[in-house]
Design a protein around this ligand. Sequence first.
Ligand code: PMT
Length: 399
Amino acid sequence: MTALKGKKIILGITGSIAAYKSAFLTRLLIKAGAEVQILMTPAATRFISPLTLSTLSKKAVFTEVSAEDSWNNHVDMGLWADIMLVAPTTATTLAKMSQAICDNIITATYLSARCPVFFAPAMDLDMWQHPATQDNVQRLQSFGNHLIPVGNGELASGLVGDGRMAEPEDIVRLLSDFLQKEQSLSGKTFLITAGPTYEHLDPVRFIGNHSSGKMGMAIAEELANRGAQVKLVLGPSKLSTNHSLIETIRVQSAQEMYEASKKEFDHCDGGVLAAAVADYRPKTVSDKKIKKSGNSLTLELEKTIDIAASLGKVKRKDQLLVGFALETNNEKANAEGKLKKKNFDFIVLNSLNDKGAGFNHDTNKISIIRKDNKIKDFKLKTKKAVAIDIVDEITEFLG
Ligand code: PMT
C-alpha cells in the first residue's frame, strides 16, 4: 500500500447504512499513510457520527459548504486532493453527480475536483438494477470517473443480490493499484481507431457495419487513465468521452479514417486499431437518391485503403502497432496471417462464435497473439476489463 503514502484523499460519505464501513475505510487509508479529508452529507451524519470520523482521520469533518461563521472552500479542496473517493455513494448522489446538481459539500467538491474520482455505490438490488441508476453509472464513467463495483450478498432490506458497497480492504487495494499504474504511460501518445466506417452510396444510404466503438473507447480511456495522451479517431458512433487526455477526431469513411490516422501516427508511440473498417466502398457515389427501378441493382465496389497495412509499412522501431481481428472461422490462423501481413506487434483476436464477444456487446472474449507466436487466451469479460488486459500487454511490450 506504499502508493498511498503522503497522498491527499477526499472521502465523501453519503447517507447509506454502508456509511458504517467508512470508519474502517478511514482507518485503513490513514494506516497506509494517506492524508484524509472527510466530507459528509447531512444524511450520512445520521448513520455515523462526524466525531468518530474526525477522530480517526485526525481532521475536522465538513458537512456543509457554509457553516454559521465560515465557508468550507470546496474549490480549494477539489484542487488539493490527489484522489476523491465517494463511499458509499447513494442512488441520489449518483444522480446528482451525473447531472451536476451541486447542492451539498460533496457534489460541490466533486464538480471542482481535477483529480481522479472514484465512486463506490451502495443501495438495494432493485435500486441498483434500475435503468435510471445504471444510466447514471455509465454517464459518470463516461466522464472518466472510476466505478468501484458493488458486491453481492445480503442487503440491509434482507434481500440478497448486487448492491453492497465494496469492502474497505478492497477499496484501499484498488486505490493503491490505481496510483501505482496511474502515471505508468505518462509522456506517451497513442493513436486509437474505433467504431465503424460508413461508405456512402447516395445522400441517404451507406455501407456500414455493427461496430459501436465500445471496445476502442474502453482502450482509449484505459490508456488515458494511465497518463497517456490519446488521439481517438472515431467512426460514426453514439459514444463520446470527456476524459481530459483524449482528443476525439470524428470521421465517417475509411478514407477519412486513414487520413486522420496517418497524420497522427507519426508523432505517436503506438497505435491500437480497433475500428471495423470497410474493405470496399461504392465505386461511384450518386449525389441524388438512387431511384427504385428494375428487379435488381448491381453495385460496383472498389477497395478502400488498408489503414493498418499502411501504418505497418511506415512503423518505426520505437513505435508499437496493435491490430484486431474479428473472425468467424479459422480464427487463430487468420489472425496470425493478419499479424504478419500488417506488421503488428501483437493482434487481438475476437470471434463471432463466442457468445458475448465482438460487436456492440458490453463484453468481449479475446486472445492476444504476439509476433513471437505466444498466445494468451482470456475469459469473457467486460470491455473495460478487456481494455485493462490489452493495455497491460502494451505496457509490458514498452518495457
Ligand atoms: O466497436 P464494438 O461494437 O465494441 O466492437 C468491437 C470490434 C468487434 C469492432 C473490435 O473488437 C474488432 O474486432 N475490431 C476489428 C474489426 C475488423 O474489422 O477486423 P478485420 O479482421 O477486418 O481487420 C484487421 C485489422 O485491420 C483491424 O485492426 C482493422 O482495424 C484493420 N483494418 C482493416 C481494414 C482496413 N481497410 N483498414 C484497417 O485498418
